[in-house]
Design a protein around this ligand. Structure first.
Ligand code: F0G
Length: 405
């Protein structure tokens, strides 16, 4: 679809041929913009109904030329679970959980990566790169493999879950570990990309990735037949996804498909919660955390790159930012697995933990229609399970009858 790029700070505009991820005059992030007057007329919602679930069925609202090659592994179309048992226990009557762990590489990143890597191919990039707490690297490695691109992933050494590292290696990415936190790894990558234009950056500061991820909002609209929730709760790390989902709901409003968007609630881990701090203290900027700490390694981020977009999403939607402890996260992971059969990694469970906390203090009501987004599959981080859940007993075969009587 025809589009432009616009700086979120100084509002400078760039044509779609612009390939950098930052504004050349003020350095702020960019976002993709469309002519909604045009789109209001041309978006064919009936086609949405007739096509099978997929990120690409929303192609009319994506910034890739119709004739360009789409690098796809079958992303999107994840289940929106009606979670009555969990809702009853926590005290909210209409609760849905959107399970992004069902995507091809097991996380929501695939929605962004199918669009981001298609864009890389469109602009004739040959090498793609990202810094990652794990899932971005797994996803980029897979899509780069599919596209036949060289892939480099930079990870903070010893700070990413085993399942994700294994994926990046399996898909043939060149994996480089740095002895730093994620924030410094991303900073290093941004510096390298600036001096080497042959490297195409695919972190969520790339506005094309955000476009793919916004389709989660369209899908919720589709799955609930237009009856969108009052509140959407999302785990927050580098802060790209909450910004993306908010953008998706804003698009729906722009083209007249919803009268008002839901409020967005972002949840961070207590030891890595600079956006929550800024929200609660009413500051307009975050204060980065030097040494973020949480067992939820995917969101162990002290200086989220998209903090400005996320704060805007939460404030403009009348939402909230909240933080949860590691114990609250692990308890939520367990509840979701045992009451609903949905197994997610710790970072993903932060949305459930945050909702529980907000119900307890009356900031989420019993009659509110809530959708929690869970972002990555539980098998990504098997070590945490073997630490936190009880281990199986070993007995002699002859003891079985007695044991089970
Ligand atoms: N949940 C999971 C499972 C994640 O992997 C991430 C981010 C988030 C939530 C937070 O999303 O960054 O858009 O606010 N993972 C990134 C990575 C940072 O490198 O894989 P966000």
């Amino acid at each position: 679809m025809r589009h432009q790029l616009e700086c979120i700070g100084c509002r400078a505009q760039y044509p779609s041929s612009y390939t950098a991820c930052a504004c050349s005059s003020c350095g702020d992030l960019l976002e993709v913009t469309y002519d909604f007057n045009d789109l209001r007329e041309s978006v064919d919602v009936s086609a949405w109904k007739s096509r099978p679930p997929s990120v690409w069925k929303y192609e009319q609202l994506l910034p890739i030329d119709g004739a360009s090659m789409k690098i796809t592994l079958g992303e999107g179309g994840t289940t929106l679970h009606r979670t009555t048992r969990l809702g009853e226990l926590l005290g909210v009557k209409k609760l849905n959980v959107k399970n992004e762990g069902e995507n091809p590489t097991g996380s929501f990143k695939d929605r962004g990566m199918t669009v981001g890597v298609s864009r890389a191919v469109e602009v004739k990039a040959k090498k793609v790169i990202c810094a990652s707490t794990g899932n971005t690297s797994a996803s980029l490695a897979a899509y780069a493999a599919k596209a036949g691109l060289e892939c480099i992933v930079i990870i903070p050494q010893g700070k990413i879950a085993l399942g994700k590292l294994v994926q990046a290696i399996a898909h043939g990415a060149r994996v480089i570990q740095l002895e730093v936190y994620f924030d410094d790894a991303l900073r290093a990558v941004l510096t390298v990309v600036k001096s080497n234009p042959k490297l195409y950056l695919l972190n969520s500061v790339n506005p094309y990735r955000v476009e793919g991820q916004k389709t989660l909002a369209y899908e919720i609209w589709d799955q609930l037949e237009g009856d969108i929730p009052d509140t959407v709760i999302v785990p927050v790390g580098n802060a790209g996804n909450i910004s993306a989902i908010w953008k998706g709901f804003q698009d729906l409003q722009e083209i007249g498909m919803i009268s008002h968007p839901p409020r967005m609630i972002g949840i961070q881990a207590q030891g890595a919660s600079p956006v929550t701090e800024a929200f609660k203290t009413g500051r307009s900027e975050i204060i980065p955390i030097q040494h973020p700490e949480t067992i939820a390694t995917a969101i162990k981020i002290g200086s989220p790159a998209s903090w400005k977009k996320a704060l805007r999403a939460v404030r403009d939607s009348g939402g909230i930012m909240e933080a949860v402890t590691d114990d609250e996260i692990l308890a939520a992971q367990r509840l979701l697995a045992r009451l609903e059969g949905v197994f997610v990694e710790p970072a993903s469970a932060s949305s459930i933990a945050g909702m529980k906390k907000l119900i307890e203090v009356g900031l989420v009501g019993a009659d509110e229609r809530v959708t929690c987004v869970v972002t990555g599959h539980g098998l990504k981080d098997p070590e945490i399970v073997s630490q936190m859940f009880e281990k199986p007993r070993t007995v002699k075969a002859g003891q079985l009858e007695f044991l089970l009587s």
